[in-house]
Ligand binder design. Sequence first.
Ligand code: MG
Length: 375
Amino acid sequence: MNTVAIVPAAGKGLRANLGKNKLLAVLDGKTVLERTLCALSSSPLISHIIVVVQQNDFDAVQELCTRIPTPSSLVLGGQTRTQSVANALSLVGDADIILVHDGARPYVTKEVIARCVNGAKENGSAIAAVSPVDTIAVTEGGVITQTPNRDALVCVQTPQAFRAKELQRAYQQVQPTDVFTDDASVYAKYIRAPYVVEGDRTNVKLTHQNDFAIGGAYYCGTGFDVHPLVENRPLVLGGVNVPHDKGLLGHSDADALTHAVMDALLSAAALGDIGKHFPDTDPTYKGADSIELLKHVVAMLREKGVAIWNVSATLMAQRPKLAPFIPQMQDVLSRACEIPACRVGIGATTTEGLGIVGQGQGIAVHATALIVKEN
Ligand code: MG
């Protein structure tokens, strides 16, 4: 089976406001597009990659393509994403499967690519998607008119893979008045309802300036917090309710993980600490949801021209076992920090029965954060 990947990279990326194609912005020493191409190239299932570019970027992208092992070719984009993909389809030759993947999703994994390619072989189509965490509502004139059942909704990502002949047939029927934002919609309109496969929450589409954090200086910060474990209190860590016979005692919800993360962020930005901004003598913060306080810190940093790059934390607790709750904590913290979940690292350890943590008197958290300040 011959699988060709099409990578639309001809957009202008206006929402990123970088003054150039966001895909050519450097992220950790490599452009976003090179990272995406490397990720696709790491899959043995892809035999050829076609990159759709704008004329201005042609030379730069051609140079990038020489650095990836998978054979590749370039084609010029059209006025819309749909036209760009149509241009690439004219070059796919005798491919069996076509996999379309956004140039702005550099964190795609081999596993997601394999699910899409194998799904398309089996069913004709396979669209990567994840279930939404937020409630999604329909609005009209600023008011919510409908709240669809969340269980029926998915957030659609790329890759999106299709039997080549079917996708080509769909594109041959596209009308000038059609407006599509992805290939699943083209396929759905002209062939049949496409199948969904499990995507990955870390497979985010880099869209806004904050996703890039470019052109600034990096600062790191650390934070530490400890709260006593007592009966008749809920145990909240990273905004997640952890079932346990005891909970943390404090003026707010005593979410030590979120507190340590806030302190790390404030420290990195040299903006003091949470005691200064949210004093425990202030009744406003009695029983406060610490995630809301974290969002406040994030907004404060944004006002100062600071973007968050990543946060990392170590939970220290003898009991309960925290590992099963870590993915959910990553998810909640990443949303509050407005960064992808793959940039929130959380580990958990016991202290082998030693000290206040080991004897079950409390839970302690150490956190670090890296921020980028605009020059
Ligand atoms: Mg605290």
